[in-house]
Design a protein around this ligand. Sequence first.
Ligand code: ACM
Length: 264
Amino acid sequence: MKIATYQFAPKYAACKANLETLLSKSAEIQADVIIFPELAISGYNFVTKEQTSKLAVECEQLRVYEQISEIAKSQNKIIIYGCPKQQNGKLYNAAQLCFPNAKFDRFYTKTHLFYKERYAFDEGDTGFFVINYPDFDLNIGTMICYDWRFPESARTLALKGADLIVCPANLVTSIWPKVMPARAIENKIYFAVANRIGSENANGEELFFNGQSAIYDYNGTELNSANADETKAITAEINPSETRNKSFNPINDIFSDRRTKYYL
Ligand code: ACM
């Protein structure tokens, strides 16, 4: 199975233009799974719910959620991208997971809100979940960006059976490459980070995003990565079923060896 991340600079508050990019890259990139960055449809640097709710309404008017779902079906691909999403009277920093078969489509809403996202979104309430997609024999789960700082995010997804964890991101620090491979090793899962590039100067602050999107195997080995400032698709071959046996010698198994009564 081939997976890909697409690293680019989404245009600020320009959902129509970003939708065109997502649709054209979804068709062009030859992979079974394509991951785009956090808030790839809208841009990132928003500080009020008034701003983000307008963008969520625009996404509805443009039929963003339906159009990306439809291209996943016509291309027979799994597509994950970040978007603002209104649901049950709340406003989320979300990722839509779109599958070739519509019954698997779902939104993840970001659990841990970073910095001024606290003013622009409600805290996510889907929790971490894993979707078993039988046609690709893949168990896939997602987190979004700042969720990486909490080892519980990856651990929960792995305990729920993920073979592959994907992380749409708008990362503004440079320390995360030290951590993502560790999450892959300690959970024996594949990990794909789709970060963005560029900067956004808005609402009195300029934020810089540092690219370096990467795909790690379950030993934490980097299979492919992008530079800090390039617009680029990276791909890697993965074998999801190899993650399912959590033993690494005849005696030890990283899941059944857990001593949960000693953990908080
Ligand atoms: C982040 O969560 N966008 C850093």
